[in-house]
Design a protein around this ligand. Structure first.
Ligand SMILES: Nc1nc2c(c(=O)[nH]1)N[C@H]1C(S)=C(S)[C@@H](COP(=O)(O)OP(=O)(O)OC[C@H]3O[C@@H](n4cnc5c(=O)[nH]c(N)nc54)[C@H](O)[C@@H]3O)O[C@H]1N2
Ligand SMILES: Nc1nc2c(c(=O)[nH]1)N[C@H]1C(S)=C(S)[C@@H](COP(=O)(O)OP(=O)(O)OC[C@H]3O[C@@H](n4cnc5c(=O)[nH]c(N)nc54)[C@H](O)[C@@H]3O)O[C@H]1N2
Ligand code: SF4
Ligand SMILES: [Mo]
Length: 721
């Protein structure tokens, strides 16, 4: 018999509502949920074809141990005992920090896993937590911490009311957006123009989303000059909100001084945005009754991600658009994560590494993985939901080699991916369809959504019997290592009991355990919302929460800087700033004709994780996209193979001509390169090449304020192969 259940997708942050047909605990069909309160019948191809991930013959459904090059299924008790013993031995010998962790983007959708993961590492005494968050967005968290007092206090554009919006380095039509929940993005962006407003995409590629407004080319990794000049022009225009600045902000004079020398002409020389276009952008922004600037991954991955986001937030703040309807809204989650974390005394920005590199939101830079392993600081690692060999900077395969030397490598994943090939153990985790959940922390607890809502979903199907939840895995490994999670023995004893009850063979014992469902129920009730049972039973498509109309942040206790003021010029950003900018500017002028490499997300792929879905991947699409005029100069035509070489590595790919590309820019879709993926049979048939072989790692290739890897705007040479 077929039953239909409602849930929401967790492949990307759009969290579209899904309708899932289940027969005998097997997913047989997935459709968009037309009644979902926000997505209202929208979903992309990745959501509706997730059944091919769910039911993939390659899924790992029991712990696997590598013996030489052979993989052997083993029982959980053996896996936990062996892993615990090895972690204990390494910790006794080298200390807690020798045992590292790496979490990938799918870990962001998992609401409960971080509590247990963090508790385990705290108990171990390890601060060596890495994350691919340092490939996408830690610069934003850093800025929010410094300006607003918490990394979890993020502003987002009030898209449905704004009159002017500039979007830098994001492509929501394909990506579904990040740190800003925006379903139906293209439609809602188009509506800005329809209302008589203006929306402009500033990007080295004329992106899919540009159909919703105007497009302006920018030379990769030069946004900092555009933003400095924009801020300066705004200040000189006299259009700043003096009252808001005086009441709610500090260090305006220092900001003014920092941007003073950056003129329209100086930015034009390196960005490629001519003075007239620049002036018209500043003018539209200034005149709009409610305006905003939004930036994302393409800018975050440059060499000035923190400075860019700081300047962008300053433009939003001093123009009087922060916390204002039509401008930038400060969201509220069902739990005030920023406040709670502050109250608990958690330190979210740390400098604990000997090299002085920061940990933002507790994450060390993934660009230090290879050096840390090679130099013996990291001896063992647990990788959860990540594939660093393809996703992180991997100069000429350095990361492949480094991971191969780890004393202990454990992967918690659905599949044996490329890093899994090097693991000693692979522990099978449930898919999102096998987990009870509420949406990502950024929607649930930070409220980064113009249409606040809440949804709770029970697991749609039961996981295969050999699969275990992450909370259970971390709790059991902790126990086997002999460390006490959550700092208290009685809690650890309860947790131990709970891990036994949760997977007991007797149903009545399982019922006694504290399940994820019960934990989430507690969160919902604490927020004054209906219980999990009521949410699942009566509101399977979610509920809408009160709208955010602005005016709920500035001048309230929610600004949790020590003095309650927004800091417009954090000292760390000003240190050496002019020298850095002058050096970069001179470098840009000197290399105006050099090719720069950017990435390209594709609608059918989610990072490295959908490569094994036959209905999505029919052929290889990781071309080098270049402008036809550049192709003519290089003497290449569509399909010709070119060698692409950086200071760090070299790859060979076929060329694809596209007038979407800015001159002297090459876009290569990232997260390909599955030639060794014998655990992912379909992906291996369509391997493509790994463009992150061209990215550098180590200190020189990491943005020092946020730990972000430099993954976009890398200088390369291209030649016919
Ligand atoms: N050049 C370049 N490189 C980039 C980027 C770029 O723009 N340009 N983008 C970067 C960005 S933004 C990111 S986030 C990274 C992404 O890279 P990663 O964070 O490493 O993540 P994914 O490739 O999405 O997923 C890796 C693994 O997660 C597993 N997985 C999926 N769902 C689950 C689950 O529910 N539980 C568990 N345990 N495992 C699961 C998948 O099977 C897969 O093996 O790549 C980065 N790399
Ligand atoms: N289909 C699909 N959706 C995804 C993902 C996926 O892999 N596939 N990944 C998910 C993840 S993990 C994330 S973090 C989000 C990311 O979501 P977004 O932040 O929207 O990221 P991208 O789609 O990579 O868009 C980045 C844009 O920046 C542009 N760009 C590159 N360099 C520069 C620059 O120097 N300056 C400017 N102004 N622009 C630049 C690129 O051309 C590109 O259009 O997407 C998520 N959604
Ligand atoms: S992957 Fe597609 S269906 Fe899933 S949340 Fe993102 S946009 Fe929606
Ligand atoms: Mo990401």
């Amino acid at each position: 018999m077929t039953v239909t259940r409602h849930t929401f997708c967790r492949v990307c942050e759009a969290t579209c509502g899904l309708e899932v047909d289940v027969e005998d605990n097997r997913v047989v069909a997935i459709r968009p949920d037309k009644q979902h309160v926000v997505s209202k019948g929208y979903s992309c191809v990745k959501g509706i074809h997730f059944d091919q991930v769910q039911n993939s013959p390659d899924r790992i459904t029991q712990p696997m141990k590598r013996i030489g090059s052979r993989w052997e299924p083993i029982g959980w008790e053996q896996a936990i005992a062996e892993i615990g013993a090895r972690i204990k031995a390494i910790r006794d010998r080298d200390g807690g920090d020798a045992i590292a962790h790496l979490v990938g983007s799918a870990g962001g959708a998992n609401v409960l896993a971080p509590l247990f993961r963090n508790a385990f590492y705290k108990a171990l005494g390890s601060r060596a937590l890495f994350g691919t968050g340092t490939c996408d967005t830690t610069n934003k968290f850093r800025v929010c911490e410094d300006m607003y007092g918490s990394p979890f206090q993020l502003a987002y554009p009030d898209v449905d009311r704004t009159e002017f919006l500039a979007v830098l380095g994001a492509n929501p039509a394909v990506s579904g957006n990040t740190l800003y929940h925006l379903p139906h993005a293209v439609q809602r962006l188009k509506d800005i123009t329809r209302r008589g407003g203006r929306v402009v995409f500033i990007n080295p590629r004329r992106i899919e989303t540009a159909q919703a407004g105007e497009h302006v080319f920018i030379r990769p990794d030069t946004d900092v000059f555009l933003l400095a000049a924009w801020c300066n022009a705004l200040i000189n225009s006299g259009s700043v909100d003096e009252v808001a600045i005086a009441r709610h902000m500090k260090h305006y004079a220092a900001l003014k001084e920092a941007v003073a020398g950056w003129t329209a002409e100086r930015q034009a020389a390196v960005t490629g945005i001519d003075v007239d276009t620049f002036n018209s952008l500043v003018e539209s922004h200034r005149r709009a009754n409610g305006a905003g600037l939004y930036m994302a991954t393409g800018v975050n991955q440059g060499r000035s991600g923190t400075h860019c986001f700081w300047l962008l937030e300053c433009i939003n703040a001093i123009s009087g658009n922060l916390d204002r309807a039509g401008g930038m809204l400060m969201g509220k989650g069902i739990i005030d994560m920023a406040g709670e974390v502050k109250k608990a005394g958690e330190v979210t920005l740390k400098t604990v590494r000997p090299d002085g590199m920061p940990s933002v939101v507790g994450l060390m830079p993934s660009g230090m993985l290879a050096p840390d392993i090679e130099e013996g600081r990291v001896k063992a690692m647990i990788v959860e939901a990540s594939n660093p060999l393809l996703a992180c900077s991997n100069p000429d395969g350095r990361l492949d080699r480094a991971f191969g030397t780890l004393e202990l490598l454990v992967c918690i994943d659905l599949f044996r991916n490329e890093v899994g090939n090097l693991a000693h153990y692979i522990l099978p985790a449930p898919t999102f369809l096998e987990r009870a959940e509420i949406p990502y922390a950024l929607q649930s607890f930070m409220g980064c959504t113009p249409v606040p809502f809440m949804i709770y979903s029970d697991a749609v199907v039961e996981p295969p019997p050999g699969v275990r939840h992450e909370w259970w895995i971390y709790s059991r490994i902790a126990e086997a290592t002999g460390v006490t999670m959550f700092g208290k023995r009685w809690l650890a004893a309860l947790l131990k009991l709970n891990t036994r009850l949760a997977y007991s063979s007797r149903a009545w014992l399982r019922k006694l355990s504290l399940t994820p469902e019960k934990m989430l129920d507690g969160m919902l009730k604490k927020a004054g919302l209906p219980s999990a049972k009521t949410m699942a039973g009566e509101h399977p498509h979610g509920i809408l929460l009160p709208e955010n109309r602005g005016g709920n942040y500035l001048g309230t206790p929610r600004v949790i800087t020590d003095d309650g003021l927004v800091d417009l010029a954090p000292a760390a950003y000003l240190e050496g700033l002019q020298q850095k900018l002058e050096t970069l500017h001179a470098e840009e002028l000197a290399q105006r004709d050099a090719f720069k490499l950017i990435g390209k997300r594709e609608i059918k792929r989610i990072n490295t994780a959908s490569a094994n879905v036959p209905r999505l991947v029919k052929d290889v699409s990781n071309y080098a996209y270049i402008n036809p005029s550049d192709a003519a100069e290089l003497g290449v035509v569509n399909g010709d193979r070119v060698g692409v070489r950086s200071a760090f590595g070299a790859i060979e790919v076929p060329v694809r001509l596209s007038d979407e590309m800015m001159r002297r820019t090459v876009a290569i879709p990232q997260c390909w390169g599955h030639k060794d993926a014998d655990g992912l049979a379909h992906a291996q048939k369509h391997p493509g090449v790994n463009s992150n072989y061209l990215a550098g790692d180590g200190r020189g290739n990491i943005e020092p304020l946020s730990g972000m890897s430099h993954l976009s705007g890398i200088v390369v040479e291209i030649a016919r192969a």
